[in-house]
Design a protein around this ligand. Structure first.
Ligand code: PEP
Ligand code: MN
Length: 337
């Protein structure tokens, strides 16, 4: 922490600040300039009490942190990329992974048809919401446990691992019983109690970026998972809210190199919520692969026009098979398999 003192303060004021810095467990180093005195307070800012309260002292001009607030998710803590093993599917390794399936589980035929088709095209994880976070209470809320049972049936038939959203702490035990990866949605990305509960199930957690979440907030939300003894965290960029209305959200692909720099955890891109438009999904997938994403999360539906949620952004089974073919050279160019 750097503490900048105001010009022309008395020796007594300076001593009081030094005393407080020591009291809070830091070692002060004084640098006296011509006009100002700057104190470098040495100590781990993540484990010591913050010195930021000093900013309100009359003799202090500014207090500036020098360390990042996240620890376990950071690249500093873990230099190598971490990877997550989901029933033998490694996310964050050499092989590029695609998670695909409908926005919502709607019925057995819809889910099983999609599951078989995405598996055939090369997807390795099946997605599908059983508990849906809908903007309106009058919209389809998901099949709940029945949807989870259908996901389990699809897993039995195809061998695909399952990712599904955990919407509330109330469903924690139930959803964790069925899911291979728990998805924490954009609307819950800073629901810290839910993050703790999800972490404690021991299941891998995919943390979507919140609608207006800054990078540091996202990393700190992820820190909740690792700090609760769950090392299996995936970050998922799914677009943020901007002024633009041409797309549903603004997919921020800069998060790929940023998360790679800041964290060792894998980064997944969701182009479906990202743009909200099926016609843009392929281009955004190509971009994501080329920029070094570890995996994609794509919404696929046998008949998007009749989907009970997110119809405009879901691609067809044929569209998904074509997409997987078109991505091959991009995956190879990115040095992945
Ligand atoms: C979804 O994946 O269908 C979903 C609701 O995602 P998000 O939380 O990113 O909106
Ligand atoms: Mn959706």
């Amino acid at each position: 922490m750097i503490v900048v003192l105001k010009p022309n303060i008395t020796k007594k004021d300076e001593v009081a600040v030094l005393k407080e810095i020591r009291k809070l467990g830091y070692k002060p180093h004084i640098m006296r300039g011509v006009e100002r005195t700057v104190i470098g307070a040495i100590g781990d800012e993540r484990t010591h009490q913050s010195l930021e309260t000093l900013a309100v002292w009359p003799q202090v001009e500014r207090v500036m942190p020098v360390q990042k607030r996240y620890k376990l998710v950071s690249r500093e803590a873990h230099k190598a990329n971490s990877s997550i093993n989901v029933r033998g599917t490694i996310i964050g390794g050499k092989k590029f992974q695609v998670m695909a399936g409908p926005c919502s589980v709607e019925d057995e035929k819809q889910l099983l048809t999609t599951a078989h088709a995405v598996k055939k095209a090369g997807a390795t994880i099946l997605r599908g919401g059983a508990f849906k976070p809908r903007t309106s209470p009058y919209e389809f809320q998901g099949l709940g446990e029945k949807g989870l049972k259908l996901l389990a049936k699809a897993r039995r038939e195809t061998g695909l691992g399952i990712i599904t959203e955990l919407l509330s702490q109330d469903h924690c035990e139930l959803v964790a019983e069925y899911a291979d990866i728990l998805q924490i949605g954009a609307r819950n990305a800073q629901n810290f109690q839910l993050l703790i509960a999800a972490a404690k199930t021991g299941k891998p957690v995919l943390l979507k970026r919140g609608l207006s979440m800054k990078v540091e907030e996202w990393l700190l939300a992820g820190e909740y998972v690792l700090a609760n003894e769950n090392p299996n965290l995936l970050f998922c960029e799914r677009g943020i809210r901007t002024f633009e209305t041409y797309t549903r959200n603004t997919l921020d692909l800069s998060m790929i190199p940023i998360i790679k720099q800041e964290s060792h955890c894998p980064i997944v891109i969701d182009p479906s919520q990202g743009a909200g438009r099926s016609d843009l999904v392929l281009s955004m997938c190509k971009g994501a692969v080329a920029m070094g994403a570890d995996a994609l999360l794509i919404e696929v539906h046998p008949n998007p026009a009749e989907a009970l949620s997110d119809g405009a952004q879901q691609i067809t089974l044929e569209g998904f098979a074509r997409l997987m073919e078109e991505l091959k050279p991009f995956i190879a160019a990115a040095g992945k398999e």
